[in-house]
Design a protein around this ligand. Structure first.
Ligand SMILES: [Fe+2]
Ligand SMILES: [Fe+2]
Length: 303
């Protein structure tokens, strides 16, 4: 295996990371609503020149709220999937069992973490923002696909989270420190998940025929389209929230421009940044060079 990932090393790294939710949010640790929450490369609100700086910041914060929601949603299907993959091999390798159970436990912690941040957001923001869901229905729809397709979608999400923090958040000085801390602490644990899910994808692919691998890639793309439909709905919710919170009424052409730009920003944030990640493409290409080509062919529409 050229990547060199092992269950034993990943377990050892994960055991050194010991943050608790109450260490990063709650009490004196409050969100600062005078600052943006999302890095501009993901939010892309500055491109909307007809919005004032204040309106751009409010939209950025609404996108931050959606980020909390969407990560909460995806973790709701990652947790049962990892548990399902772990149970059949409980009598097998001890490092593998413990690493995968840690993976599931961390995702349960992240679901809780994103919920607490959403509560803090709603308290400070003072307005309700609509979100897609419910999480159980989306999880059910995603988990109805073949395991290899779901595992590829999770691999995409794990690498995407790495990219968000390392490329866009780590060196961004202007962000709210609490929101930045959330993304940093999430990334610290997700770094191990990307390795573990690489091992899961390889193990699932090893049991598949070439035709079943192609079907798995097809299912990964179907899950992507499912998420894309959710992002379109979320973009509409976000722009409605912006107008409700600020009292600003966008003209028809402004509303159209804002929708197109924000839908593409959402596509890059949750789809393009994962589909084009080198770690994701390396694993996909190793199990199916044709599948990698197929994904690379559609990726530009999501960047
Ligand atoms: Fe997570
Ligand atoms: Fe994860």
């Amino acid at each position: 295996m050229p990547h060199g990932y092992t269950y034993q090393d990943t377990l050892a790294t994960s055991e050194k990371i010991t943050w608790r939710i109450e260490d990063i949010i709650g009490g004196e640790k409050k969100l600062d609503f005078t600052k943006p929450f999302m890095p501009e490369s993901l939010a892309r609100t500055a491109a909307l020149g007809f919005l004032s700086p204040n309106e751009q910041r409010v939209l950025n914060q609404i996108r931050g709220h959606a980020y909390l929601t969407i990560f909460g949603l995806v973790e709701e299907f990652i947790l049962p999937f990892v548990l399902d993959q772990t149970r059949p091999q409980l009598q097998g390798d001890d490092h593998q069992t413990r690493a995968l159970l840690n993976f599931a436990g961390e995702e349960a912690k992240h679901i809780h973490l994103f919920k607490v941040f959403r509560q803090e957001f709603e308290r400070g923001f003072g307005h309700h923002c609509d979100v897609i869901g419910p999480p159980e229905a989306i999880a059910k729809a995603v988990l109805a696909h073949r395991p290899l397709g779901v595992a590829l979608a999770i691999l995409h999400i794990e690498w995407m989270t790495q990219r968000h923090y390392l490329d866009s958040v780590k060196d961004a000085q202007e962000l709210d420190p609490q929101f930045k801390s959330l993304l940093k602490h999430h990334w610290m644990e997700e770094a191990q998940h990307a390795k573990l899910d690489t091992l899961l994808v390889e193990a699932l692919a090893a049991k598949c025929t070439p035709a079943e691998i192609e079907e798995g890639v097809g299912d990964y793309l179907k899950i992507g389209m499912l998420i894309d439909g959710g992002l379109e709905a979320q973009t509409k919710f976000d722009l409605a929230a912006l107008q409700q919170v600020t009292g600003r009424r966008l003209s028809e052409s402004q509303a159209r421009e804002a929708f197109e730009a924000q839908r593409q920003a959402n596509r890059w944030t949750y789809l393009g940044s994962g589909m084009t990640h080198a770690g994701f493409l390396a694993t996909l290409g190793a199990i199916t060079p044709a599948g990698r080509k197929q994904v690379e062919g559609v990726a530009p529409a999501f960047c």
